[in-house]
Design a protein around this ligand. Structure first.
Ligand code: SF4
Length: 495
């Protein structure tokens, strides 16, 4: 069997951007490297796909042995159909040079039905194009499909004992929506095949399509002409506005007309500060903020995991679950620091939240403010814990009442330096205020990495040195709260 020209994923690439399709097929080496975070998302997606197979148990698997040998899957699928199989996982079909592999094909009483599994919690518009291509290829391969559905995760499901997959997944027919877009499919296939035959890269400029529906993996190639810091980094400016500036030839800050633009006061501050190298300090508001702090002061930071398929009882899909915290305590301004920390055992049978709460309510004491960076996050997690562990509700609610947000002075631009690059995230504020303190030398450098690492340990996928990595996790989280201590120290200089 001749190798396919287009697959479902390259077809979807073509819909997003024909240049992306061309580059993927002819200049694959230009593709951006996959980050560990993306890899974790793919892995989670394929685990969900395998789990969903249990909705229709007893099927036969037509997966290829190698990613490069889908034609064998197509032949296997034909064979299984001839043999009278009624449930086929990863059923593959090829028609007119287009390959479509479907997660689950089932022959029910009223005929064949197709199920495509997604690890998301809703049916996204892009899934309709995906399903329409599958429907087109499968029906043209001689299968009379009666229905096609998306199987996705029900985020209201609460685990209680063994996973109940009928509750975990929602099945939604998309046949009507597929039929609507179906007439476009043959023309799109023809157009994309033509694109692939061109002898030069399609001349397509960067635009909104670079991020919609997915962030493209050729940004490293197509965005080379955009400087590292440009109009695309203006804080809180709509993407459409950024591209409007770009289309008018305005890329770097010095090209912006300072007297005639649609930027708000904070955005203008970012631009002028960059152009003039100015630092902006609003001492009055910083002072008010500092005066509002009550000692002993606790600096607190949480780390979380959010597994798509719940691991622990009384948790929902994608719920953010705390597994670690770091807490620095200071009795008085500039006083000595005492450090507390918690890191749960990475055990699927041991809910990390229980000991977390027990230790947190002790470590936080009963008086003084609890300083966090981005209050919405910690407050949200504490509220979840309060609802979950009613016996600690009073203590947790008093911690919530003591929360203060160190992000405010930076979010409000009471302190702004060009090095912050328009951001008030601690990852920008810290190097701007305390350049010597950096995450660069740590093995774990950011929250996503900490979360992935712990998740992998829990599900038994972690391959590294566990004792060392637990130390790395502790070190990372400790730096998060120590960074807050040092940032506050800098603010006190403007008192
Ligand atoms: S980065 Fe943008 S222009 Fe380049 S291939 Fe991707 S979507 Fe197309």
């Amino acid at each position: 069997m001749k190798k396919h020209t287009l697959s479902k994923s390259t077809f979807l690439r073509g819909i997003q951007c024909e240049k992306s399709l061309y580059l993927y097929k002819h200049f694959y080496n230009l593709k951006d490297k996959i980050t560990p975070q993306q890899e974790a998302i793919f892995k989670q997606g394929s685990n969900v796909g395998v789990l969903a197979q249990d909705l229709f148990s007893g099927g036969i698997d037509a997966s290829p042995e190698s990613y490069f040998n889908f034609q064998q899957s197509v032949l296997d699928t034909i064979l299984y159909l001839e043999e009278g199989e009624t449930i086929i996982y990863e059923a593959a079909f090829q028609y007119d040079g287009v390959l479509a592999a479907l997660d689950i094909l089932v022959k029910e009483k009223d005929g064949w039905k197709a199920y495509e599994v997604k690890s998301s919690t809703e049916v996204k518009d892009t899934y309709i194009n995906d399903a329409a291509l599958q429907y087109y290829v499968i029906t043209n391969s001689g299968i009379d499909l009666k229905d096609i559905s998306i199987v996705y995760i029900n985020n209201q499901y609460v685990k209680n004992g063994e996973i109940d997959i009928n509750e975990l997944f929602t099945i939604e027919s998309v046949l009507d929506r597929v039929i609507e877009v179906l007439p476009k499919i043959p023309n799109q296939i023809t157009a994309f095949k033509k694109v692939l035959q061109q002898d030069s890269i399609p001349d397509i400029d960067i635009g909104m399509h670079c991020f919609d529906p997915y962030s493209c993996d050729f940004i490293g190639t197509c965005w080379k002409h955009i400087p590292e810091y440009s109009v695309f980094d203006i804080s809180n400016l709509y993407k459409t506005k950024k591209f409007e500036l770009y289309k008018n030839g305005i890329i770097s800050f010095d090209q912006i007309d300072l007297n005639n633009n649609n930027l708000n006061a904070n955005q203008l501050l970012q631009v002028t500060s960059e152009l003039n190298g100015d630092t902006f300090i609003d001492r009055e508001n910083i002072n008010e903020f500092l005066k509002s702090l009550t000692y002993p002061l606790y600096y607190l930071d949480f780390e979380t995991i959010n597994p798509g398929v719940p691991i622990y009882d009384q948790s929902r899909p994608y719920q953010q679950l705390v597994f670690q915290y770091s807490l620095h305590m200071q009795e008085s301004i500039g006083g000595e620091l005492t450090h507390f920390e918690y890191l749960a055992e990475a055990d699927p049978n041991l809910d990390p939240r229980i000991d977390f709460v027990k230790q947190l309510v002790q470590d936080c004491g009963t008086s003084g403010d609890v300083l966090v960076y981005n209050i919405g996050f910690e407050r949200g997690k504490l509220n979840d814990l309060m609802n979950q562990f009613l016996e600690y509700a009073n203590q947790l609610s008093s911690i919530i009442a003591r929360l203060k947000d160190l992000m405010v002075p930076f979010q409000q631009k009471w302190y702004y330096t060009p090095e912050m690059k328009g951001s008030y995230s601690i990852k920008y504020v810290l190097p701007a205020l305390v350049p010597k303190l950096s995450y660069d030398n740590l093995a774990i450098k950011e929250g996503g990495m900490a979360s992935n690492t712990f998740y992998q340990m829990v599900v038994g996928e972690f391959k590294g040195d566990i004792p060392k990595t637990r130390k790395d996790l502790l070190e990372y989280c400790k730096l998060d709260t120590y960074a807050m201590v040092r940032i506050l120290e800098v603010l006190y200089k403007f008192k």
